[in-house]
Design a protein around this ligand. Structure first.
Ligand code: ZN
Length: 120
């Protein structure tokens, strides 16, 4: 059960080149202590790829990979903002940077600290 009704949210990077939409009921938000999320200070929501649509900016997205090179971390070439990434353990899911979403208030949604640093 999500914290909110299932709804569509539009997200953009800072310069607006990358634009996407997701559909979610925000069951929870997550933080992660892995080496990259810690640096991004990311607060994320997980959505299945069917609930995600890239609306614009495919060619603006740069990709960064490290470690096992399964997770795909994207950022905007122009403004450097991280909008979303493809997950490593569950590659058909994306982690979305909730602060890129328009008209979104995280108040009241449970936040779970996930452990990425200890993953093999
Ligand atoms: Zn941008």
């Amino acid at each position: 059960m999500g914290s909110r009704p299932c709804q569509t949210y539009v997200g953009t990077c800072h310069c607006g080149a990358v634009r996407f939409e997701i559909e979610t009921d925000f069951p929870e938000l997550t933080t992660c202590d892995c080496s990259i999320c810690r640096r991004k200070n990311a607060l994320m929501v997980k959505v299945h790829e069917r609930q995600f649509q890239l609306l614009a900016g495919q060619e603006e997205l740069a990709e960064y990979q490290f470690h096992t090179k399964t997770a795909r971390h994207f950022f905007c070439r122009t403004c450097g903002i991280y909008p979303f990434h493809r997950k490593r353990v569950t590659p058909d899911y994306l982690g979305i940077n909730v602060f890129c979403l328009h008209d979104f208030d995280p108040a009241g949604i449970p936040i779970r600290q996930t452990v990425g640093a200890g993953m093999p």
